[in-house]
Design a protein around this ligand. Sequence first.
Ligand code: UFG
Length: 329
Amino acid sequence: MVLILGGAGYVGSHTVRLMRELGREHIVYDNLSTGHQGAIEGSVLIKGDILDKEHLVKVMREYNVDSVIHFAAFSLVGESVTNPEKYYINNVYGTLCLLSAMKEAGVKNIIFSSTAAVYGDCPTMPITEEMPASPINPYGKTKLAVEFMIRDFCTAYGMKSVVLRYFNAAGAHVSGEIGEDHFPETHLIPNMLRATMGIGKGLTVFTSKDNEGDGTCVRDYIHVSDLASAHLLALDHLLCGGESKTYNLGSGNGYSVNEMLHAAERVTGKKVPYEYKGHREGDPYILVASPLKIEKELGWVRKYSSVEDIISTAWKWHNNRKNGYGDRE
Ligand code: UFG
């Protein structure tokens, strides 16, 4: 049985959906502080907190859990700068509670959602897993701290892990039934599409710090369902007795915000109302992954290769559910 922590969140719920589509046994553990019950209809949800170690041990024993996929974390870079305590408690101490619970319940396998933010301002692109991790914000630091913790638990207690460093998760399930719904929403694609739909005041475009490139930052957008499939490959790798690994999850292609605006206009056939606003603190100019390692070692193949395809799925979701899951103010 696979326990999916934070399975009601954005990437978590797409992984849960794939598990359901493939008939793979799983249960979701989520406190719904940022996740949505509507995102995991058809799966068993246990409402609980990652800080509640005793509850985690009980659930792991009761359901005979052998593997954990761990998505439960706060993930807003800006908020992590103003409120690092929240991030260190939930992301770092929360994962310590989880690892202790796994140790106590004898659960050996963990797949962990890490982030491109662990790399900070990398001097060369594309980024490979061997490049030094040097996060520039507390969010990235909490994720890197957890990576260290997981490795130490693996070495000492015979656990196995796959650490997945996501670049920019984007898009929605092809059905349009589940998608991205954060509050507040800070991500480019939902903000861009909602601006197109006349929701809010239009898109604020943040510029690159020293006006590098075309004046906006470059990111590697990777479809959320492709992220989900990588989790299943990682799970099967561990279930087949594979060694602990760390992988980047990206496409290898970078797009500036200006290029994304044009792509959104091609997909929607509408103009995106926007204005430039200067640099957003903590945004590195460019983050592009080398996905070669996971492609080679686990045979990861992406279904969505163009940003237009990715934006189209998000467009379907936002049109389908103008208020997202409708469970937040
Ligand atoms: N952007 C805008 N306007 C917006 C939102 C974003 O111009 O309203 C720009 C940003 O400045 C950035 C790009 O669009 O250049 C992408 O921004 P996102 O907020 O969508 O994504 P980030 O790259 O900032 O963040 C993502 C993940 C984080 C992770 C980070 C790693 O969402 O969890 O990558 O750097 F930490």
